[in-house]
Design a protein around this ligand. Structure first.
Ligand SMILES: Cc1cc2nc3c(=O)[nH]c(=O)nc-3n(C[C@H](O)[C@H](O)[C@H](O)COP(=O)(O)O)c2cc1C
Length: 190
């Protein structure tokens, strides 16, 4: 489990022409379906895409890696080859609690286990995406999970004394993610 979670990084550069089949995407959604849901209400609905023109429309609506000021997101050829748009159905309820976070993590863990990877994106132009996908009003866009065959290395580092949490890229384009240390987050045992 630790190995899977360590490998499950936020990947933002992909082999764009590495195809992800609809069956794979449905397999990931099924993992989300089997995940916990507050009050067991199961309000989440999923829009999946592995279609290049639809992917391009979704890509337009996403913001990538806010801390990397000199990078506008993956260039053509390194973009995700699939997406799962996680929506909350207001016909089921108006509070989605943290269901979408749990669902997104299940999707990503499944993706990593199958040799893929991805990134949760919450910085989404929801109005534009709704129009592009012609989603009905009752479906609120909560998150987009970008997926593909990762083309980048991501390293976990310990947060330094300066406490800086910003991820960064080195000159070999390795993406570094500072993580707080265990002793700094367990509050009652050291
Ligand atoms: C709820 C949530 C929203 C996120 N939104 C974005 C986003 O809009 N754009 C992006 O590039 N990354 C986004 N991320 C990815 C985080 O930046 C990433 O998890 C963090 O930098 C730590 O890297 P790691 O996932 O490899 O541990 C999001 C992650 C979460 C959990």
């Amino acid at each position: 489990m630790e190995q899977l979670i360590r490998q499950n990084r936020s990947y933002r550069r992909f082999y764009q022409d590495h195809f992800l089949a609809v069956d794979n995407l449905k397999y990931f959604v099924n993992l989300a379906r089997l995940s916990p849901s507050a009050r067991n209400a199961q309000p989440l609905k999923y829009y999946i895409s592995n279609d290049e023109p639809v992917n391009a429309k979704i890509f337009e609506c996403l913001s990538w890696a806010g801390y990397l000021k000199d990078w506008d997101g993956p260039e053509e050829g390194e973009r995700p080859s699939a997406y799962i748009v996680v929506t909350g159905d207001h016909r089921v309820g108006d509070n989605f609690y943290c269901d979408h976070g749990i669902a997104a993590q299940s999707i990503l863990l499944g993706a990593v286990e199958k040799g893929f990877g991805g990134c949760i994106i919450a910085s989404v132009d929801r109005q534009k995406l709704r129009e592009h996908l012609q989603l009905e009003q009752q479906l609120e866009i909560l998150l987009v999970v970008a997926l593909g065959k990762p083309k980048e290395s991501v390293m976990l580092d310990n947060i330094g004394k300066d406490g800086d949490i910003k991820y960064w890229r080195d000159d070999k384009r390795i993406h570094h993610v500072p993580k707080r240390q265990l002793d700094d987050i367990v509050i009652n045992f050291s």
